[in-house]
Design a protein around this ligand. Structure first.
Ligand SMILES: [Zn+2]
Ligand SMILES: [Zn+2]
Length: 159
């Protein structure tokens, strides 16, 4: 995502507002596939302050995530606040005064994705025996009968 700073570089306190789609289709985080059904919206304001170019705003979007319990995909929306400062001394602007914030937007998107994603409260997950999605009903696997003599040991191991 590239923003032309020409209009504010000469005026201290000058601002530019940018509202744009960030084009991205999917990313992979630790071999989890994250799908963007439509591009996230970036709404930011850039301000020319004494020493920095200050970028503030939000990224709003929706992703499709696989539930970590039942593996079904579901939609999940996020709003992420972002604040970035670019030191004017270290700014590497090209001759057109264009600031590229693509990397920072990617980082914020990565940070917006939860490590654990559960499709709904109380998701039943998959049966360890047959792999059936237990949200769609019980499977035919027999519940393991618990021998009362082992019950104490099991409780002990669980604690
Ligand atoms: Zn689930
Ligand atoms: Zn089963």
């Amino acid at each position: 995502m590239k923003i032309n700073l020409k209009d504010i570089l000469g005026s201290l306190g000058g601002t530019i507002s940018v509202e744009d789609d960030f084009v991205i289709e999917e990313i992979e985080i630790q071999s989890r596939k994250i799908i963007f059904p439509h591009p996230p919206q970036v709404k930011i304001t850039l301000t020319n302050t004494q020493d920095d170019i200050l970028v503030q705003g939000t990224i709003t979007g929706e992703v499709e995530l696989a539930c970590t319990r039942c593996l079904e995909f579901f939609q999940w929306s996020f709003v992420r606040e972002l604040t970035e400062t670019y030191s004017k001394k270290e700014l590497n602007l090209d001759e057109n005064s264009v600031l590229d914030i693509t990397q920072e937007i990617y980082q914020h998107l990565f940070l917006s994705i939860p490590m654990q994603s559960i499709c709904r409260e109380g998701c039943q997950g998959l049966c360890p025996g047959c792999g059936k999605n237990l949200n769609q009903g019980q499977c035919d696997c027999k519940q393991e009968a618990i021998d009362p003599r082992w019950e104490k040991l099991r409780q002990y191991l669980e604690n």
